[in-house]
Design a protein around this ligand. Structure first.
Ligand SMILES: [Zn+2]
Length: 456
């Protein structure tokens, strides 16, 4: 589907099932959505089933694990979704994943093969990942020739050596990994793996990351790191630039046309025409695809920067809290640590990233290239509690503790579990604890439940 030339896409005879109806036409159950979709002429999956309890869910999944070969497409599990839409809604989301739906995967398929070599890949954060080069083997309909070994600890845990016969597993599209070594098949020629002392790409010294199992290339100009960072930048969950994938980025970097992700936005059609595989139309399409992404949601922008430990969910939390990239870049370590769901390691990683001159320059380049973030659509008064810190104590009559916290956060306020000089309000329900006395002592405004509700 991501081809620049729609004719190639058409030639592939893609097909799909519709699973969910976004429009509210009064449906109350998820299963009704399938019927409505069918009535509207969409293809729906005939193998859906309403299960009345978890036993039935288990049975359904287990049956499909046995029967999956009967389908003319590959599946790696079943999706279990809460049927009652109201309940589904109330369960809420974690990051972007709804709590009311899970992918219940099948156990991965496995195959035996030989590790021909162990090489080292340099990721976008400079971390070195050992990768097993496998004698190609078929697993679940695809040829697998590489499997990640994650890190030295994993290599030790598996006891894996070059030349070993191993069991390789693969679940869906997930990168294959080594399940175990078949030590009985060793011939004595197998070789121990050692982390190289120099980066395999730039030749700089490798450092062990303190407190972690990872080894890192610390050269900020390492071509491998820059390359991976741009792959990440254009990927689907980041800027999602259609038709500009790793191969094209490699070509652009090798030709010296780009050095970082911001350079993508100054590419002209003529720059691309000189490269292999580009014709007039495809060059035009690629440039347009890049230019069309100049306006981006803030959380995607943050995610695309590839900051260590900042996944989708953290990016989302940062965007919600700070609203602009400038604000995040100026934020202190302490303020970052106070964001819900952001721990000290992640906070430090974010602060470090924004302090590096190289990254500041990159942000500046993005600005010059005209990248802007979409203003989040917000309910009226969405920041009316901004900058205020609340402490809750006692039992509220109309709200649970979690609901109260959620409401405060929705309106931009912060929650703390302990009272300090930074606390603005203490919400006191029935039978408040020692926090109530503490608040009195520190002369912090205490809110009764009714006053608190009025504030919301
Ligand atoms: Zn390097």
């Amino acid at each position: 589907m991501r081809q620049l030339d729609p004719k190639i896409t058409a030639s592939r005879h893609l097909d799909s099932f519709a699973y969910s109806l976004v429009t509210d036409v009064g449906q109350q159950k998820h299963e009704e959505e399938h019927l409505i979709l069918k009535a509207l002429g969409f293809k729906i999956n005939p193998n859906n089933k309403f299960c009345k309890d978890m036993n039935e869910v288990q049975k359904f999944r287990d049956n499909w694990e046995k029967d999956r070969e009967k389908l003319d497409y590959e599946i790696d599990g079943v999706v279990v979704i809460v049927n009652d839409n109201e309940t589904f809604k109330r369960l809420g989301v974690v990051g972007k994943a709804p709590r009311g739906a899970i992918a219940y995967k099948f156990s991965p398929k496995e195959a035996e093969t030989i590790i021909e070599d162990i090489i080292v890949q340099v990721g976008r954060t400079g971390v070195l990942t050992p990768v097993a080069v496998l004698r190609p083997v078929q697993i679940g309909g695809t040829t697998v020739s590489r499997a990640t070994l994650h890190n030295l600890d994993e290599i030790r845990r598996l006891g894996v050596k070059k030349g070993d016969t191993v069991v390789v597993g693969r679940a869906g599209d997930v990168i294959p990994d080594i399940k175990k070594v078949i030590k009985d098949l060793r011939a004595g020629k197998e070789k121990e793996f050692h982390m190289p002392s120099r980066c395999p790409v730039c030749g700089e010294t490798i450092k062990k990351v303190a407190g972690q199992v990872a080894f890192k290339c610390v050269n900020k100009n390492c071509p491998a790191i820059k390359r991976e960072a741009i792959y990440h930048f254009v990927s689907r969950k980041a800027f999602d630039i259609d038709g500009v994938g790793p191969k094209i980025i490699d070509q652009l970097m090798d030709a010296g046309l780009i050095r970082d992700a911001a350079d993508l936005f100054s590419l002209k059609k003529d720059d691309l025409l000189n490269l292999e595989r580009f014709a007039d139309k495809s060059a035009q399409n690629a440039v347009e695809a890049i230019q069309s992404k100049k306006k981006v949601a803030l959380d995607k922008f943050i995610y695309s920067l590839g900051i260590d430990h900042v996944g989708e969910e953290t990016a989302f939390a940062l965007a919600k809290k700070f609203k602009t990239l400038e604000k995040i870049s100026e934020t202190t370590l302490e303020e970052l640590s106070n964001v819900p769901d952001i721990g000290p390691v992640v906070a430090k990683s974010i602060a470090d990233w924004f302090q590096k001159p190289y990254n500041q320059k990159l942000i500046e380049k993005f600005k010059k290239a005209g990248i802007t973030t979409e203003k989040e659509k917000q309910a009226k008064g969405a920041d009316k509690l901004a900058g205020k810190t609340f402490v809750l104590t006692g039992t509220l009559k109309t709200l649970s503790r979690d609901e109260a916290k959620e409401k405060i956060r929705e309106l931009g306020g912060d929650i703390s579990s302990t009272i300090s000089q930074n606390t603005d309000f203490v919400v006191a329900g029935e039978k408040p604890g020692s926090k109530y006395d503490e608040a009195k002592r520190l002369k912090i405004k205490i809110l009764a439940e009714e006053e608190f509700l009025k504030m919301l």
